[in-house]
Design a protein around this ligand. Structure first.
Ligand code: URA
Length: 229
């Protein structure tokens, strides 16, 4: 159980002052009874604001990342977080992306305010699979699948070779790549290492999560059990 005011501020319902105002104003109820006691200890499930149940205690989201949005919290560009409801952007702990995609990469990105889950899904030890659709500037040579799967490909500046990755050729300029690690600009650097250049990159799947029927910029709430890895 947490204090009523803390429950509301941590879910982004406002600053401490704003939340105290909501409470004083009679907009907050506990078990259906208006509470004007900001210090009252409450269960999240018992609280309503303006008659509506509270936002979920923890959030796990899948979002279809559009082009030119960045995964950073503090960048001058368009932040991926701006696609979320403003109340969610004020939660504490913050909602953060699970790993990152480059600004010019589109597709599946997961977000959560569950730090333990975030860590589990980004830990290099967990080998969570990520599937990318890649469009290349030059035609594939034919030896890339063997090189990527060999577990010996060294990327410039790294001290360990890439883990084995699965490349499937669609046509001369289009392939899919499945990685089980997530190094900085990894797909782009892997193709640079075999003399090619990525011109379009789309993440189709992260663990078991796909875009489904989401449109670019849309998100939906998922649960932990949906993410098998
Ligand atoms: N690899 C990249 O190069 N960029 C991404 O955004 C993701 C994987």
């Amino acid at each position: 159980m947490d204090r009523l005011d803390k429950t509301l501020t941590s879910l982004g319902y406002g600053s401490r002052k704003e939340v105290q105002h909501l409470i004083k104003n009679g907009q907050v109820a506990v078990c259906g009874v208006v509470s004007k006691d900001a210090k009252q200890k409450v269960n999240h499930a018992d609280v309503t604001v303006d008659g509506e149940p509270l936002d979920p205690k923890t959030l796990i989201l899948v979002l279809y990342k559009p082009m030119n949005y960045v995964c950073s919290h503090n960048d001058a560009g368009r932040l991926i977080y701006s696609l979320l409801p403003s109340r969610w952007q004020k939660r504490n702990p913050k909602i953060s992306t699970i790993g990152r995609l480059d600004g010019d990469t589109t597709g599946v990105i997961l977000l959560t305010d569950d730090g333990v889950l975030n860590h589990a899904l980004t830990s290099p030890k967990k080998h969570v699979a990520k599937l990318y659709e890649v469009t290349l500037a030059s035609p594939v040579r034919g030896d890339e699948a063997d090189i990527f799967s060999s577990g010996t490909l060294m990327l410039h500046g790294d001290d360990k070779p890439c883990m084995s990755a699965k490349l499937t050729i669609i046509d001369s300029h289009n392939v899919t790549v499945e990685l089980t690690e997530g190094r900085y600009h990894q797909v782009k650097r892997m193709f640079a290492a075999v003399g090619n250049k990525v011109v379009k990159l789309h993440r189709k799947q992260f663990a078991t999560i796909e875009i489904g029927d989401l449109q670019e910029g849309q998100y939906k709430i998922i649960c932990k059990e949906d993410i098998l890895f």
